[in-house]
Design a protein around this ligand. Structure first.
Ligand code: AMP
Ligand code: ZN
Ligand code: FE
Ligand code: FE
Length: 291
């Protein structure tokens, strides 16, 4: 059984529609796929309609933009009730922060002499969660850069001229909200951010106390040494170990579907924990498709 628990669509900054992503997962020989767009459940319905057609077991999730001890952190939330009002409210705030950041990035690019318009970025993106990758795509379309990688390196990474910060939710509070919404939380690529201090075991133990159930250990941003040490920490803390591609369609090179996978026993533990969270909260998450 091949299981990939982290992938993006055009609902955020992937380049495939949810239907295209689910079909591509089947073609890549996957049995289970999680759709995890940034800060939105917008792609779920289309993915859920397509999954049975191609025999994919679908897990609905999202990758939520959070902050912890002054640093950015991505939280994978699996199977939360997307209508739980406090969760909806937080996600709306994050999406509003994404939208209000866009004019700031565009203004900085214009100072660099690039004739880019915010409306053009929004039009091309067509997504609830507009982000730096969409600005990158517009720069590619304008012929300013060759690809997203060059756009980030020249303009969009922290320290580059068009970088702008945006609102993020508090990580500990978000883990609590996901539990209340009947879902489970896995920390995405915990040691994946270059130039950031890595959360150590004591820090991660604090997140476990808040309700974190897993670590995304097998991710392209982690080298072999990081994976080995994270696996040991996960074992010490009793955390589920996941592995995923973080696929973005054509938007991120080296993240092909299934390039990392989650062991079936870890996946089944995650589902059991999600069922327990749903029972505790009294909130039904989205039904599993294809089980
Ligand atoms: P944002 O959430 O708008 O700040 O944008 C962050 C997103 O940009 C993440 O999902 C990354 O996957 C993506 N990203 C970061 N660096 C690059 C890069 N060099 N090439 C392509 N995508 C990137
Ligand atoms: Zn992304
Ligand atoms: Fe991420
Ligand atoms: Fe991601």
């Amino acid at each position: 059984m091949r299981i990939d628990l982290h992938a993006h669509t055009r609902a955020s900054d992937g380049t495939q529609t949810p239907a295209e992503l689910v079909r591509a997962a089947a073609e890549a020989g996957l049995d289970v796929l999680a759709i995890t767009d940034h800060d939105t459940a917008d792609g779920w319905m289309e993915a859920r309609l397509t999954a049975p057609e191609v025999g994919i077991e679908l897990v609905c999730g999202m990758e939520i933009s959070t902050r912890h001890q002054g640093r950015g952190a991505h939280l994978l939330a699996y199977l939360p009730d997307p209508t739980y009002p406090p969760l909806v409210e937080e996600l709306d705030q994050i999406l509003a922060g994404r939208n209000s950041r866009l004019p700031a990035m565009v203004a900085r690019l214009r100072e660099e002499g690039i004739d880019i318009e915010a409306d053009e970025v929004r039009r091309q993106a067509g997504a609830a969660a507009t982000g730096r990758p969409h600005v990158a795509d517009t720069l590619v379309a304008m012929g300013v850069v060759r690809d997203r990688t060059e756009a980030f390196a020249r303009y969009l990474n922290p320290g580059r001229p068009a970088y702008a910060d945006r609102h993020a939710a508090d990580l500990t509070e978000m883990i609590g909200l996901v539990s209340e919404a009947g879902g489970v939380s896995v920390l995405a690529h915990p040691w994946g951010r270059h130039g950031q201090e890595r959360p150590d075991e004591a820090t991660l133990a604090g997140l476990v106390a808040a309700g974190l159930v897993g670590l995304e250990v097998d991710h392209q941003d982690h080298d072999a040494g990081a994976r080995e040490r994270l696996r040991a920490i996960a074992a010490n803390l009793g955390l589920v170990v996941t592995g995923s591609s973080d696929h973005h369609g054509a938007g991120k090179v080296g993240h092909e579907l299934g390039c990392n996978t989650t062991a079936p026993e870890e996946y089944h533990r995650l589902l059991e924990l999600a069922a327990a969270a749903a029972a505790r909260s009294g909130r039904a998450g989205p039904p599993m498709v294809g089980r």
